[in-house]
Ligand binder design. Sequence first.
Ligand code: GRF
Length: 199
Amino acid sequence: MISNIKKIVVLISGQGSNLQAIIDACASNELTAQVVAVISNKAEAKGLERAKKFAIPTVVKRKSPDQTRLEYDQELAELVASYQPDLIVLAGWMRVLSNAFLQNFPDKVINLHPALPGAFPGVNAIERAFNAFRLGEIQQTGVIVHFVPDEGVDSGPVLGQIVIPIYQQDTLATLTPRMHEAEHKLLISVLKNFLFRNT
Ligand code: GRF
């Protein structure tokens, strides 16, 4: 019998709360999928502990100083390919992947970003959106899940988004958890549609 359980490799650099959302959705069968590996470019990433608790294989893959970006990305691609994933999720992965990596996985790499399409690419997007709100430049922000077809930062075809209003009484401390909560919800809903779109 051919297994219908889809294999996901998750790349992280930090907290791993989105990784946790995927793990929980797999554990509860909300998602008929399995996280087959968690790879971090940082040994101290908290997400590694989350994976270990669920007996998910983890690998720390740091870029050594004498290695070029291309060499690193090629090695990373080989490592990821060894798990034969159906999908690769960049869940707080803080390196821009080059084509040396991406060309190996067409239509298989997705990323999350805590901002609306085209807005605030790169780091500290929630904080930058909140500052723009205080300057009266925006009234809302949001979260997206998108394909990573090329080296563009937080760009690529959008698979799903949630718009998040910012309220006058908000502080960065109240907005941030609201954003993360939405991100976790969006991620699982996109994964469900994406992984089982042809089944
Ligand atoms: C998320 O906000 C994601 O959108 C961004 O990095 C953060 C990672 O959070 N790319 P976590 O490590 O999943 O908790």
